[in-house]
Design a protein around this ligand. Sequence first.
Ligand code: 2AM
Length: 190
Amino acid sequence: MAAIRSFICIDVPGEVKAAIERVQAKLRRLPVEVSWTRPANVHLTLKFLGEVEEARLGRVGEVLDAIARDCAPFELVTDRGGVFPTADRPRVLWIGVRDERGLLRALVAQVEDALAQYGFARELRPFTAHLTVGRVRSERSARELARLFLAEEFPSHRFRVTHLILMRSDLRPDGALYTPLHIAPLQERS
Ligand code: 2AM
């Protein structure tokens, strides 16, 4: 049976994607090999699932529906840029996301707990809410790139989380192709 690379995420509004595109345009001038996230592909990952047997994905969709039924839409705010793992050897450039009421963290914990019951491995790394802007592919000038990226004044955007998305990811030479497999609208039961 086929396995599908997939992850659970939330979408961000067009103005956040446009702001990320503007930062990317500035940094593209540097002589660093970076795989820039296509603005349309920018998302906030709640959980990376990896290769999942197609037959198990229906269950993941049901889990998301059950969680979303008990979760009202909530707000997040874009924050400053950051890098993984360090500014001296940057691999991933990202924009942070502020979770003022801790609702995102609670949602991620719920997703982890629910999926663990169906045999999905728990994420061992601490959750860092972020939007990946680019992945650094070469070491040359990478420190300079990180310095400039971290010095950028990224606008603070408040946005509403309204859906959980189960996304399929097909890795292509020209970048990942993302296809939503299931969308669960947040809707606190009255
Ligand atoms: P990233 O943006 O920090 O790289 C699809 O690959 C999404 O799943 C990305 O947002 C990616 O986060 C996230 N992800 C988490 N763990 C991953 C892993 N081990 N391999 C690939 N992607 C991972």
